[in-house]
Structure formats: C-alpha cells, structure tokens
Write a protein that binds this ligand. Structure first.
Ligand SMILES: Nc1ncnc2c1ncn2[C@@H]1O[C@H](COP(=O)(O)OP(=O)(O)O)[C@@H](O)[C@H]1O
Ligand SMILES: [Mg+2]
Length: 369
C-alpha cells in the first residue's frame, strides 16, 4: 500500500508531495514526488499571515480552506500522473503550513493550517494532520518530528550519523550507532529563511541560486559575531524555533549598527556563514565524534553553503542524503508519509529524547476517507 506525505516548510517555496510505499518488513521506497507552487495571491496572503502576523479570522479561515484545496488537488494531480489509484493509497500525512510555533510558557502551541477535511474529501483518502499537537500536549516541543523518520531510515549500527535538514530553519538529527544512546534532534537556527529574505529585498529574487551571489561577498566578522550572540544558539536542548524568531525584524535590528558600512553581498555572505557556523557549533557540541554529515532540504542545493560547511567542519565529510538512497528534496515529505504510516498502525511517531515529551505518543488527528 502507498502512503503520501505532504510538507510545506517555512520557506514557502511550495508544497512537497511524496508518494511512498512501506512494506510490512519495514522497507521504504519513494515512488514519485513533486513540488507544487502556491498561486501568487495565496502566497502573498500566507506570507502576510506568517511574517507580518496580520490577518483577520475571516482571512485565516479562507487561507486554511484554500491550502486544503491546493494540497488535495496537488495529490490528485501526482497520482494521476503516475497512474496510481486513490483507492491504493492507505493514508495521507499532511504536515500543513505552520502559522505559529510557540512551544514555550504555560500554554505552548504549534498551529498548522491546510484543512484536512478538504484534503480527505477531495482525494477520498484517509488524511492525518495536526501531527505536532499531541506531542506538545505530552510536554514536548512538537518539533522536530523528522528525526524519528531519520532514525528509522538512515541509522546504522556501525557508524554514528548526522542528518542536517536545511529548510527555512535548519534541524539536526544525531543517530548514534549504539542503540543505548538516545537519538538527538533539534533546530539549530536559521537555514535559508534569512538568505531568501535578503536576496529578495536586494535583488528581487526568491532565492540565491547555488549561493552564487553570497560567494561574491566578504564575510563581516563583526556582523557575524553579533548575529551569533543570539541566545537561541546557546540554549539547551530540547529546543525548536521558527520564523517567530528568525525573521526580517530580527535581522534588521542586528543590521542597524552595521548596514552603512556593508555591501549587500557582504551581508548575504555573512548570513550564509551564520547558517553554517550555527549548524557547525551544534555539531561540535553534541556530536563531536561524528564523521559524516548528510544534508537534506533545499539548502543541499546551495553549493557555497555546503563548501563553507565542509571547510568549517573539516575533517568531517559533508555529503547529502542521496548517499543514503533518498534525494535531499524529498526527505521531509517522505517523513510525513512515514508518520501517517505510524499513526494508521497505532505506533508512536515522536521521540521523547528529541521533543522533550514525557512519553511517546501516536501523533495526529485522523480524517477518514
Ligand atoms: N538551487 C538552489 N540554490 C540555493 N538555494 C536553493 C536552491 N534550491 C532551493 N534552495 C533553497 O531551499 C529553500 C527551500 O528548501 P525547503 O527544504 O523546501 O525548505 P522548507 O522546508 O522551509 O520549505 C528555498 O527557499 C531556497 O532558499
Ligand atoms: Mg519547501
């Protein structure tokens, strides 16, 4: 039977849909995948909702439904393209679009939208959504959830492995070879989100392809150390973050002291360095003995970022999850197919050592076909 995973992260670059197959012996196969971009108006509205945190309840309701429609239609499109019947799909795991992630204080929450009733209705497939909330109810951060999938798919009993997912935000999974040692996983800080913002403001591009523009700049050590002073980087684990912290206002407040003396490309180079160094600091602190670092997420395409990581982390080796048999673009969406598979089989989807939850729980709400 097939399971479908759907993911749309903080980058808002589109909705990733992965059709996967899990067999009863636990083996996993990616059958097909694609990214579906947001129509311009919906993209603008979601951005307004997330970045400016300005929307009426009416608009929030409309965006929730429109996203559900886009996700449902995208799934149907991919299934038709690959001649797979909807009735052959056991379940869809839809992460949804995070509009607010606030896993702290007395009333922690993480809210995702993209109406799952609409997805189930449009596809006729059982849909699972709201994966993060039960983990939070059990005392966890609700994030990151992908390390459990990384463990299932990528761990080895002969070598420690580190997976870094560089989406809008970056997260790490540390998969020790020894079963006695717990898997660790947390957000290391920004991934592409500040890079996308800065190149958009300066050059009007949605992202800096291959980091080519950043590579023309000069890293400002002064700006870098100011950025690295952010307390999130030294906060103890478990921890998770999002655009609620690493957003344009955060960057502007840091830049206000420097921008007069810095060329725009120097800022971009420094932001790449911030992503690379914040990832590297966490690798050194939590996984000092790791030898190979496997990158996934859109950041795997940023050649300049990868070269910075390689230089900073020498003699560790930087490669991508392609080496482990899964293309870096489809790891996160595949993770939500796996989480759906876990939920349907009444198996826990969270790792308490990662999210900080008091116990493991079956995640998600089920919207039957
Ligand atoms: N060719 C490329 N060069 C540099 N960066 C890229 C490239 N392709 C994708 N990206 C980056 O990856 C981001 C999308 O990554 P993704 O893993 O989908 O993040 P998210 O989970 O936040 O949606 C884009 O916004 C862009 O910054
Ligand atoms: Mg994406």
């Amino acid at each position: 039977m097939y399971y479908i995973g759907v993911m749309s992260g903080t980058s808002l670059d589109g909705i990733d849909v992965a059709i996967t197959e899990f067999s009863s012996n636990g083996s996993f196969q990616l059958i097909a995948a694609n990214t579906y971009s947001f129509p311009d108006e919906l993209h603008r509205k979601i951005k307004r909702l997330i970045i400016e945190a300005h929307s009426s309840l009416h608009e929030l309701g409309c965006i929730d439904i429109a996203l559900g429609q886009l996700i449902g239609n995208s799934i149907n499109h991919l299934l038709i393209e690959h001649n797979i019947l909807n009735s052959d799909v056991m379940a869809i795991g839809s992460h949804g679009q995070t509009i607010f992630h606030y896993p702290i204080n007395d009333t922690p929450f993480s809210h995702q939208i993209g109406n799952a009733n609409v997805i189930a209705e449009l596809t006729g497939i059982t849909t699972i959504a709201d994966f993060r909330q039960r983990d939070i109810a059990a005392g966890g951060q609700g994030a990151p959830l992908v390390p459990a999938f990384h463990k299932a798919l990528f761990s080895s009993d002969t070598e420690d492995r580190v997976i870094i997912n560089i989406g809008g935000i970056s997260n790490i999974s540390y998969l020790p070879a020894s079963a006695e040692q717990p898997v660790l996983g947390f957000d290391t800080g920004p991934g592409n989100t500040l890079l996308d913002h800065w190149v958009n403001v300066q050059l009007g591009r949605t992202f800096d392809a291959y980091g080519k523009w950043a590579a023309t700049g000069k890293i400002s050590e002064q700006l870098l150390s100011t950025l690295l002073n952010e307390t999130y980087f030294t906060k103890s684990i478990p921890k998770s973050t999002g655009r609620e912290l690493f957003n344009p206002s955060w960057l502007d407040s840091m830049l206000s002291e420097f921008s007069a003396n810095l060329a725009a490309e120097d800022v971009q180079a420094t932001l790449v360095e911030l992503t690379a160094q914040s990832i590297a600091k966490h690798i050194h602190k939590y996984t000092p003995n790791s030898k190979t670092i496997f990158i996934c997420g859109g950041g795997a395409h940023n050649t300049y970022l990868l070269s910075r990581l390689q230089e900073i982390l020498e003699p560790k080796r930087i490669t991508t999850t392609e080496d482990l048999g899964l293309h870096p673009d489809w790891v996160e969406a595949s993770a939500f197919a796996w989480l759906a598979y876990r939920t349907i089989n009444k198996k826990p989807g969270n790792l308490p050592s990662v999210t900080g939850a008091e116990h493991s729980v079956v995640l998600g709400a089920i919207y039957p076909a």
